[in-house]
Design a protein around this ligand. Sequence first.
Ligand code: GAR
Length: 202
Amino acid sequence: MRFAVMASGRGSNFQALIDARTGGELLDVELVQLIVNKREAQAIARAEEAGIPWKFIDSEAMSRAEFDQRALTVLHECGTEAVVLAGFMRLLTPVFISTFRHHILNIHPALLPNFPGAHAHRDVLAAGVNESGCSAHLVDEGIDTGPIILQQSVDVLPDDTEESLAARILPHEHRLLPEAVRLLAAGRLKVDGSIVRILPKK
Ligand code: GAR
């Protein structure tokens, strides 16, 4: 399956996909394109290093609809079959989502459906809960609301900061996201309303 990745920044989750592919864990997966919406995104250097074509589309310079149209054009041109949002900090339009319905994955640094949005760690600490984690899910029209595929919980410690909590969760993101990609590429995700069922290996 031909995957494109969309990212806004550091790109460590994108790197986890590159590494999983290099390590032979994603044999059915091709990473065909990176799209970034920030010129300074470190994900660009990772794409260059891995020989993956990348495209910068300036989200500040155009409407949401125009951004998505341009992204869709790029994705169609390279034969994209599925999209991974790897730290892509922008909401996609319904047109984009329906084009790749049930074929867009996102990684979120909290246990959804709790703590969606761009400031998950801050919100978790402010709520005083003792558990957080990460979720790999399919993207629908809401903010981090789509069907959950995989989750991993971690403890929140009394002296945690946003940084320490993020650092405890990130390695789990790097494991869950390639695993979700692998399941999608293997045709093992069955969407049943708002639930994803993971089909057994054939
Ligand atoms: C990751 O922690 C990811 O879960 C989060 O942004 C970070 C990107 O890191 N995404 C969200 O908060 C989406 N709501 P990365 O650029 O190193 O992959």
